[in-house]
Design a protein around this ligand. Sequence first.
Ligand code: MG
Length: 175
Amino acid sequence: MRIGHGYDVHAFEPGDHVTLGGVRMAHTQGAKAHSDGDVVLHALCDALLGALGLGDIGQHFPDSDPRWKDANSRVFLCHCAQLLREHHYRLVNADITVLAEAPRLGTHRAQMRANIAADLETTPDRINIKATTSEGLGALGRGEGLAAHAVVLLAHAENGNHGHDHGRSHHRHGR
Ligand code: MG
């Protein structure tokens, strides 16, 4: 098993939407970013890369590279999924926290989980998305941007535990 953590933040700029978890949401501002500014997917990618010991998203997708200008961040997540396969790891679960005064995730949450699960070839029950405000404190609290934390747990395909929390078919020790 390997654990990874990721964090990302983007400031707001004039705009009419933000993209979180691959879902475009109407908002009074946009995320200032080289790519689509999806803090959820950027934090998640960093968590996955961290768990694999493969550095960070900036090393894999430099923002100086014109290929990633306005990039759909699901491309980054699919790249991480490919790295997981190459290293014979699979996602046990991901827990993501969005820090923003607005927008509220509300009904978008299910689609965010579905997008992430699809890209990581798993099921939405393994992807949790939480949200919190900063209670008006600091830059995020003043609504100057938004941020996300992500924590992931990976299981190696060869250790007999395929990441099924309740599976017993590979249980070696009995109980
Ligand atoms: Mg970012």
